[in-house]
Design a protein around this ligand. Sequence first.
Ligand code: 26Q
Length: 806
Amino acid sequence: MNGVPTVEQFRDRFVSNLRGHRGVELSFAAPNDCYQALALTVREHLTEQWLDSLQAQLEARARFVFYLSAEYLLGRQLDNALLNTGLHEVAHEALAGLGLSLDVLREVEEEPGLGNGGLGRLAACYLDSLATLGVAAVGYGIRYDYGIFRQAFADGWQVEQPDDWLRLGSPWEFPHPELAVSVGFGGTVDDAGDGRRRWRPETMVAGEPHNFMVPGFRSGTVNVLRLWRARSMHAFDLEIFNDGDYVRAVHDKVMSENISKVLYPDDSTSQGKELRLRQQYFFVACSLADLIANLGRVTPIERIAERAVIQMNDTHPVIAVPELMRIFVDDHGWDWDRAWATTRALCNYTCHTLLPEALETWPVDLLGRLLPRHLEIIGDIDRRFQDELRRRYPGDDERVRRMAIIADGRVRMAHLATVGSTMVNGVAALHSELLRNRTLSDFAELWPERFGNVTNGVTPRRFVRLANPSMARLISEAIGDAWVGDLERLRALEPHADDASFREAWRLVKRANRERAAGHLHDRTGAPIDPAAMADVMVKRLHLYKRQLLKVLSVIAAYQRIKDDPAADVVPRTVVFGAKAAPGYAMAKQVIRLINGVAAVVNTDPDVAGRLVVAYPANYNVTMAEWLIPGADLSEQISLAGKEASGTGNMKFALNGALTIGTLDGANVEIRDLVGPEHFFLFGLTVDEVQARKAAGYAPRAVYEAEPAVRRAVDAIAAGTFSHGDPSVLRPLVDDLLGTDEFLVLADFAAYEACSATVDAAWLDADDWSRRSILNVARCGFFSSDRSVRDYLDRIWHADPVPARA
Ligand code: 26Q
C-alpha cells in the first residue's frame, strides 16, 4: 500500500477521485477538477506515509521538534510532493495516458501564501529539511483564510487585494474538527482555595486543526504541519440567543472566527494590534495543548522535556513561555521552580531582526485585559529575574531597567523570550555577533552560553531541483544526483568550471532560463526584453533598509548617461524588481511608484531601446521566485550594513548561478567568504563605518551637492520626470532622501556605481562569467537548509533522526 503505486494504480485512483470527490466524469472535467483530483490522489499517498512515520517515531521513542511559527510561506505543493515522494514519473504517465498534462495542471494551483517573506519561507524550508533528515517534527501555525495580499498596480501605485486562496478548495489539507481545542480569552483570576490561582476566561474559542503533509525528499518520512483555524465554540451563545439578541449572538460568533481570518501584512514593524496578540495566543495555546495531549499518551508530563523541544520563530510565539508556566503551575499544581526549569528546558528562541522597531512589545493593559493570568505570570518571571540581576549587579539600577521584561508600560517579548529559553540564536554569523554585542548585549554578558548562531539555509529541492530543472540535469550529468540530498557535494563541480564545453553548456542553460523568465515578464509587464541582456534582479519585500531606492537611482543615472550620448556603448541590462510593501508603509509605496514611473519612461524611450529595460511584475511570491531566480545573472543584495539579519534570497540566487553585488550584511558575508572575494561584487560602508558616519552627523544634502550624478538623478525625480511631470507626486520621497536618508542611500551611491561598472566589465567576458557562475554554485552547498537543520539538531534540539521503515 505504501510503496510507489504503478501507473495503472495511480490512474485508477485519480479517476475514482475525480468521480467520487469532484462528481465529474473525465470527459467533462475542468482543469481545476483534474488538479483537485490529482492533489487528492497524491495526498492519500502522503497520508499513508505520515501515519507510518508517526508510528515509527513513537516506537523509536523519538524526541520531537515542535516548530512554532505565525507564518509558513509554503509555495505550491504539487510538484514538491511529486518530487519528494518519487511519484513524478508515475503521475506524469498516468495523466498522459488520460490525455492530460501535468504541465497544465500544476499551473492551476494557488500557492498558500501564509507568510510575509523571509521568516515564513524559512519555516517552510526547515520543515522540508526536517522531514528529509527523518527528524520527528511538527510545525504549528495559523490557517489564515486570507494570506499575504495580492499586489496590483494602478497608475504605478500599489493596491492590495485579498488573497482568497481557499476559493477553489484546498486539496492539500485535512481538517480535523473532532480534534478541536478550546482557548480562553479575557475574564478574571482568583484563588482556587488550594493555594493555586485560577483563570476564569470570559470567552472561549475553538481551534480546529488542519493537517498539511510535509514529505521529506526520498526519506520515506512524512511529517505534519498543523495549522489552527478559529471557530466559535457554540453555533450561537444560548443565553444571548434566549435573550432574543440574535444579532449579538451572530456577532460574537463572527468575532471569534475573525482570529484566523487574515495574515498581518507587516514584515518588520510591530503595531501592537489586539487582534495580532489574539492570533499569537490562539495558535500557541492550541499547539501546546495539542502537543502535551499527544506526548502525554507516551510519556508522563513530568518528563516532557526529554521527549520534546520547542523552537520559537521570532517573538511571535513567545507567549508560549507564560502559557507553559500556567499549564504546569495552575493545571498540574507544580511548584514554580520545577515549572520554570521545565519551561526553559523546552523553549528556544530564534531572533530574525536587528531593527528596533521590529522588536515586539505589548502594552501591559492590553495584555492584562486579554490574558490576565499570563500577565501575572510574566510579572512573577520579571520580579524573579530582576532579583537575580540585583544580586548579580548590586547598585546597577540602570542595567536592571534596561533588561527588565516589563518597562514603560509595555511587555518586551524579546526579553521574555531570552529569559525563558535555553538557547537564543541569530540567523547569520554577523547577525548573531551583532545580537550579542548590541541588541541583546546585556543578556549575552549575563548568560554567554545561551547565545549562538545558526546561519539560515534554503531547500535545494524547491529552489534548485524544481525551479531550475535544466541546470539540475546538467549538474547531475557531471557529478551524479546525490547533491539534491547532500548539497556540499556541489563541490565536485569545481573542476568542471575549467572545462570549456561544460561552461558552454552552462551558458546555454542560463540563457534558456533567461528566455523563460523573459517570456513571463513580457506577459506580465509588456516590457520589451532582450534575453541576451544581463538579467539584474532585486526581489524581496520593499523596505527602506533594503535600499531598492539605491538601485532605482542607479537605473536613473544609467538612463541619463544614455540620453547624454545615445550612441554610447553600454552593457545591456534588464533590471527586474519584485516587491510588496506593507499597506501602511507610505514611504515604501513612494518607492514603488518611482520604480513604476522609471519603467514607464525608460521602456518607451527609443534612445535606450535594447540597452536598458525595467520590469516590475506585480505580486512577487514563491511561484514567481521559482521562474525568476534561475534566469538571473546578477543578484542585488544591497541593504545597509547591519540591517539585514541574514537574507535568504541571496542564497537562492547564488545556488542558481547568479553572481552577487552586495554589502557586508547578513549572510552576504558568508557567501563572499565561501565563493571567494574575487567572485563577489562588494561595495559600501561596513557596519562600523555606518556607525562612524552617523556619529559624525550624516548630511545627505552635502552628498547631493558634491556628486553631480546624485544631483541629476534626484533632480529628475523632483522635477516630476517619472510622475507625468507632476513634482508633487514623489516629493515626500525626495524630501526624505535629502533630509534624513536614514539608510545612507546617497552615502553609498558612488561606491555602488563604481562596483556596477566592474560588473559590466566582467559580463563582457561571457566565458569567464560562466566560470564564476559555476564556482558560485559549487561553493554554496553550505546554504542548504539541511545544513541549517543539522546545526539546530547538534547545538539546540539534540534530537536524532528516525529512519523510516522501508
Ligand atoms: C510582528 C508584529 C505585528 C505584525 C507583524 C509582525 C512581523 C511579521 C513578520 C514582524 C516581522 C516579520 C518578519 C520578519 C522577517 O521576515 N525577517 C527576515 O527573516 C529572514 C529569515 O531569518 C531573514 O533572512 C531576513 O534578513 C529577515 O529580515
